[in-house]
Design a protein around this ligand. Structure first.
Ligand code: SF4
Length: 425
């Protein structure tokens, strides 16, 4: 799906030293139509006006269309039954309602679902849904590939292709609702769509409400704070009370530690914060999470302490992947506690057993080591649950499905080449 070409799509490429902003335009749609998914309501109204409607009609149509798109989840203009029949083809000639294309969908024996998705210009990325007893969490990607090269992460071995657009980010949430059958059904009678449009809709009041998809984590492929504007714009649509209406308390943004953007994330998006910490000494973190060479541990923890809205009721999650003999000693656990206390952080630590992929440079810590590490943190009064690995039978760790699909397609190409060779011979 494509954002209008007027949207600024630029990104910093950090390397390990200095980020450099490099523009990466999205390929425009060949049919010249504009995808409405990812656009805020005033921009939809402006496009309708540009296309010939008068200001009042454009505003009303934008409100109706926005509701159909984000609250009802329709994927055709024909389904927008309160819009005049003659108007629907007019819209369809000029606009589209995009979803990322599903290349592959898998369901694990533990209920985890994973999708390999494709953008309209042919780039693959991933999305994972993890159901638990009391919640269902969608892990959303922000970039195709990643620049940060975290050594334990499979996505970090892939080159960054481009930032995902707001439409491609919010489109993942919409696609998950499609797949889980979670759009509201029934008639629109009684809904007042004729009054003045609220430009700043309230924060969502969405509750679990018996639905499967209750939470979102920006923790899929990519570093969300290196695609700040698009992630912010997409999450605003997810939180919009007239649309997907998911509360900011149910959304978590995970960063590897892009310190200069953290305060803005708190102020402009206001969702929960998670930090990929993974190590407590400079040497080890420099190796595991190389952005540490640019923004060190002290700066990162200070930015966490300053994060707007963090409190004991809204703690910051510190992700810690357990790597055998690398970051899993008793001393590491004690240093972690010391640092969290020194910066007075309202913290929760997620201990993640490492899920190795072929050629990975690390092994997972032993279960006894993970248990001991968790005990030390927990005994210091900090919650430290050990995350159960999910969806291992479907390569659910970040980046693995994309690689598996590429491996398969390479194998297919080899087979075709061999068949061709045999036919020629
Ligand atoms: S952990 Fe996140 S930031 Fe680090 S390489 Fe993987 S996708 Fe990028």
């Amino acid at each position: 799906m494509n954002a209008p070409t007027s949207l600024p799509v630029s990104m910093p490429i950090p390397g390990h030293v200095d980020p450099v902003p490099v523009p990466r335009p999205v390929t425009p749609r060949e049919d010249g139509r504009t995808d409405l998914i990812g656009l805020p309501r005033p921009q939809i109204a402006a496009l309708f006006q540009e296309a010939g409607l008068d200001a009042k009609a454009a505003k009303l149509r934008a409100k109706q269309v926005f509701h159909w798109l984000y609250h009802r989840g329709v994927t055709t203009f024909e389904a927008m039954t309160d819009i005049a029949k003659t108007m629907r083809p007019w819209l369809a000639e000029r606009f589209v309602i995009g979803r990322p294309q599903v290349v592959e969908a898998q369901v694990s024996t533990d209920g985890t679902r994973k999708w390999l998705l494709r953008t309209a210009d042919g780039h693959d990325f991933e999305m994972v849904f993890i159901p638990d007893a009391d919640r269902g969490t969608l892990c959303v990607s922000s970039q195709v590939g990643c620049t940060l090269n975290c050594r334990f992460c499979h996505t970090g071995t892939m080159k960054l292709v481009r930032n995902l657009t707001p439409g491609e980010i919010v489109g993942q949430v919409m696609l998950a609702r499609d797949a889980l059958g979670e759009w509201p059904k029934g008639s629109m009678a009684g809904l007042d769509l004729t009054d003045e449009v609220e430009e700043d809709a309230d924060e969502g009041s969405y509750t679990a409400d018996g639905r499967l998809l209750t939470n979102i984590v920006m923790m899929g492929m990519g570093e969300p704070l290196y695609n700040f504007d698009n992630v912010r714009d997409a999450l605003k649509l997810v939180m919009d009370g007239d649309g997907l209406a998911l509360s900011k308390r149910r959304i978590t943004l995970s960063t590897a530690g892009v310190v200069p953007m953290m305060a803005r994330a708190g102020e402009e998006i206001g969702v929960n914060l998670a930090v990929s910490l993974h190590a407590v000494t400079k040497d080890v973190r420099d190796e595991i999470v190389p952005i540490n060479r640019k923004f060190g541990l002290e700066e990162l923890l200070q930015a966490c302490a300053d994060y707007p809205g963090a409190s004991n009721a809204r703690r910051i999650t510190f992700e810690y992947v357990m790597l055998k003999d690398r970051n899993d000693s008793d001393d590491d656990a004690r240093e972690l506690v010391r640092l969290l206390k020194q910066y007075k952080l309202p913290a929760k630590v997620n201990l993640i057993p490492f899920n190795p992929w072929p050629g990975a440079p690390y092994e997972c810590s032993t279960p006894e080591r993970v248990k001991r590490f968790a005990e030390i943190v927990f005994e210091a009064g900090i919650s430290a649950p050990v995350r159960t690995p999910r969806g291992r039978d479907i390569d659910a760790a970040c980046g693995q499905l994309k690689t598996a699909a590429e491996r398969r397609s390479r194998a297919e190409l080899d087979r075709l080449a061999a068949e061709k060779q045999a036919a020629l011979g």
